[in-house]
Design a protein around this ligand. Structure first.
Ligand SMILES: [Zn+2]
Length: 458
């Protein structure tokens, strides 16, 4: 029997095991569930032992938070590459409970979907790789590449323990590429590989004028209004066509090559459906770029909140003392959040008159954007693997959001990441009725086997 046959013959066993893991309510944000996160980690340790992994370690958090789980299998030979596989075994809180059709920690299969908190994000996806390793070791006695696993229990609550661990354990985690399965594909019959993620920089602006709120009849025209000033500042951040007006903002943006634009143009993107979902009257943004490019490969700036003045019922003629605003910038390679922070703040200060004082957020930080060259061997292996596992060639795409761990692998370990997602847009991550499409679970195990095999040949 080969490894693919093994995966197919053990479908029910693999599903039963995953269901067992999903019964543990490993909610990391609520410390009342700390023993449950620990239980989920212990469960993973046992499952890794069963799979034949070695050097399995449960690493306690130095902050008394949640543990990490490490394991490896390093006998493929020195000439073979090493893959660092990441996953997380903590889950989001299940609230609001009343909106679940079946209890979040009593997994139930309906219409070929497995309903449970953590089924897709991320226990189901993490388990795929453990089972792929098991299938290969049971049938072939060895893996085609060297494999290391690093799994955490704090992905949904800040990831402090892993962030501390990575820079201190560069040798232990040394690898040629990282493999992260914590994302999705376009649809059940159209696999996709995300090769780019945007970064972010988030800041706060406080504008203060007079020391107390003033009456506009007595002071209006004689004292500047911080709310008017804030409006002026916001208007100077971005024009109506979507161009960010901060000097130097676009300096480090890596322009899309003709080849990449052609690749992104092939994405089967349902623009009408996407627009209908928003309820907006039309799409909008930088006219020199397509919508897909604007969403994944272009930076942007958005104001998220303004607080200030009188917002109660009826009119009140007040000049507010202090007003506040929240703003973020989504960044693309090779923009650096620290440099953007300085450019943003300098620009805001340059627009503020001397009638007000400006204060920015304390301890603001960003995450760096990341991109993986889609022509490197592990990406080619991933492409072949999806084609074999799903029976259809994957498309390549960039995503507008951020996955902090990808940026951290790049920053601390110098690793590029292959994002091998198996979720679907309908998985209801973080929402009631989270589910994992079972065909994706089974195909995922086969795809992982194909990936390790193909990458071993590279
Ligand atoms: Zn996740």
């Amino acid at each position: 029997m080969n490894s693919i046959d093994y995966a197919r013959e053990n479908k029910q066993k693999h599903l039963d095991e995953l269901i067992d893991w999903l019964r543990i309510p490993s909610i990391s944000t609520d410390m009342a569930y700390k023993p449950e996160v620990q239980k989920a980690a212990d469960w993973l340790v046992d499952s890794m032992k069963t799979a034949g992994l070695e050097n399995i370690q449960l690493i306690e958090s130095p902050f008394d938070l949640h543990p990490l789980v490490y394991a490896d299998w390093l006998h493929a030979g020195e000439d073979k590459p090493t893959v660092l596989i990441y996953g997380h075994f903590d889950v989001q809180p299940p609230d609001p409970l009343e909106l679940w059709d079946s209890p979040p920690f009593e997994p139930e299969v309906r219409d070929n979907n497995l309903y449970a908190r953590g089924s897709s994000d991320d226990k189901g996806q993490t388990f795929i790789h453990v089972k792929a390793v098991e299938a290969l070791l049971r049938t072939e006695g060895k893996l085609p590449v060297n494999v290391k696993f690093i799994c955490e229990g704090e992905e949904e609550s800040g990831g402090r323990t892993l962030s501390d661990f990575l820079p201190k354990n560069k040798e232990l985690l040394k690898a040629d590429v990282a493999l992260v399965s914590d994302t999705g594909i376009l649809s059940a019959d159209q696999p996709s590989i995300t090769y780019g993620l945007r970064g972010i920089y988030y800041d706060y602006i406080d504008v203060t004028g007079p020391s107390i709120d003033l009456h506009s009849g007595m002071f209006g025209g004689g004292i500047d209004n911080p709310l008017n000033v804030l409006g002026h500042i916001i208007a100077g951040l971005k024009d109506l066509d979507g161009n960010v007006l901060i000097p130097g903002f676009y300096d480090d943006v890596r322009e899309l090559s003709a080849e990449e634009r052609a690749l992104l143009a092939q994405l089967p993107f349902d623009e009408a459906g996407w627009l209908a979902h928003t309820g907006a009257s039309r799409v909008w943004g930088e006219s020199d770029y397509t919508l897909v490019e604007r969403l994944g490969a272009r930076p942007t700036l958005d104001v998220h909140g303004i607080i200030g003045g009188y917002t109660g019922e009826g009119g009140k003629t007040v000049l507010p003392s202090t007003v506040h605003c929240k703003v973020s910038m989504r960044l693309v390679p090779d923009q650096d959040p620290e440099k953007i922070k300085k450019q943003f703040r300098d620009h805001v200060l340059s627009m503020a008159p001397d009638t007000v004082t400006i204060k920015f957020g304390d301890d603001t930080h960003g995450s760096i954007p990341s991109i993986t060259d889609y022509s490197i061997p592990p990406m080619k292996a991933a492409k072949k693997a999806y084609t074999a596992g799903f029976g259809k060639e994957p498309v390549f795409m960039r995503e507008g959001g951020s996955i902090p761990v990808v940026a951290e692998f790049q920053e601390h370990l110098g690793l590029e990441t292959v994002l091998m997602g198996f979720g679907l847009p309908t998985d209801a991550l973080h929402s009631p009725n989270e589910n994992f499409h079972l065909p994706n679970f089974y195909r995922g195990i086969e795809t992982s086997i194909h990936f390790l095999t193909e990458y071993g040949k590279a």
